[in-house]
Design a protein. Structure first.
Length: 173
């Protein structure tokens, strides 16, 4: 396992549409392991492969509360995830993103969604998501489609964030 570098806004790769995973291979499993290590190190609760510059439809997530499990972890992998239905009811959560560090804003999304994905055994699964899980899975699936949570903000807020991160990137060079 290895901690990979997380790409940061305004990196253009964040706008790429990720390609489907054709088959669950040892490389895909290793990528998922690296993603978990990277996500936990960051620390974050979700990571899309594109955030480490790998344009594949793969997400790792762990939204377990520290006291849920003995070790506080409940890692999950979603391969080729898609939202197949969404509630009309909306909910608002304050979102952040490992690719947009230390920036948080409230985002409105469907309160519940039904998702379909493949697990690491190649089995197709459908399940309902609500609460933090619904918000997080929608946020990460957006990444696979080149969409960032700041795209849901007003043009003024979005432009401010883009300008700030563009300046930071120039300074870092």
């Amino acid at each position: 396992m290895a901690i990979r570098e997380i790409i940061i806004l305004p990196d253009k790769q964040l706008r790429l549409i990720s390609k489907p995973v054709e088959k669950v291979t040892s490389e895909v499993r290793k990528l998922a392991d690296d993603m978990f290590e990277t996500m936990y190190d960051a620390p974050g609760i979700g990571l899309a492969a594109i955030q480490i510059a790998v344009p594949l439809r793969l997400i790792t997530m762990d939204i377990a509360k520290k006291d849920d499990e003995e070790d506080g972890k409940k890692p999950r992998v979603f391969i080729n995830p898609e939202v197949i239905s969404a509630s009309e009811e909306l909910s608002v959560y304050e979102e952040g993103c490992l690719s947009i560090p230390e920036y948080y804003e409230e985002v409105e999304r469907p309160a519940t969604v039904r998702i379909r994905y493949m697990d690491l055994d190649g089995k197709t699964i459908e399940e309902d998501a609500d609460g933090l899980f619904a918000t997080c899975i929608q946020h990460e699936i957006d990444h696979l489609n080149g969409v960032l949570f700041v795209d849901y903000l007003s043009k003024l807020k979005r432009d401010r964030v883009l300008k700030k991160f563009t300046k930071l990137a120039k300074r870092a060079e």
